[in-house]
Design a protein around this ligand. Structure first.
Ligand SMILES: [Zn+2]
Ligand SMILES: [Zn+2]
Length: 140
């Protein structure tokens, strides 16, 4: 039953409902909003459900999801590549350089500064990332 929802998401993004795509979507839907996950995490969670897929095929699936806007990919120093579901919420991240904890934040001031800079450049904003590397409260 629930598969119908995932099939619909894939169809809306012109992706055929293959088992690996359906399985990855299903694992992702169990994550809380704002969860940042690695390919290895997806692989472990698939194995826990008795689904064995190669890292390569999970990687290709996430790349397709990224291209269709289903997920967003980030590259953080000391953590590497993480993904998150694209909920459409505009936010930036802090990353703890000790434990790797990722927090999301949104500041209207940053947002208006970005708009100002883009407007001064007379261009159009396509993408922005702002990552603040910190030592988090529990690691201080
Ligand atoms: Zn920390
Ligand atoms: Zn995020």
């Amino acid at each position: 039953m629930i598969d119908l929802v995932y099939i619909a998401i894939l169809k809306a993004n012109r992706l055929r409902p293959t088992t690996v795509r359906l399985a990855v979507l299903s694992v992702m839907s169990d994550y809380e909003d704002g969860t940042h996950f690695t390919i290895e995490k997806i692989s472990d969670d698939l194995i826990n459900r008795g689904v064995r897929k190669s890292i390569g095929s999970i990687y290709r699936t996430l790349k397709e999801f990224e291209d269709s806007g289903i997920v967003i990919r980030h590259q953080f120093d000391s953590i590497g590549t993480v993904y998150e579901s694209n909920t459409g919420s505009d936010h930036d991240h802090t990353v703890c350089v000790v434990c790797g904890k990722i927090r999301e934040f949104y500041k209207t001031e940053f947002d208006s500064l970005r708009k100002e800079v883009v407007s001064e450049s007379k261009g159009r904003l396509i993408k922005h990332t702002q990552t603040l590397y910190v030592v988090c409260e529990s690691c201080l």
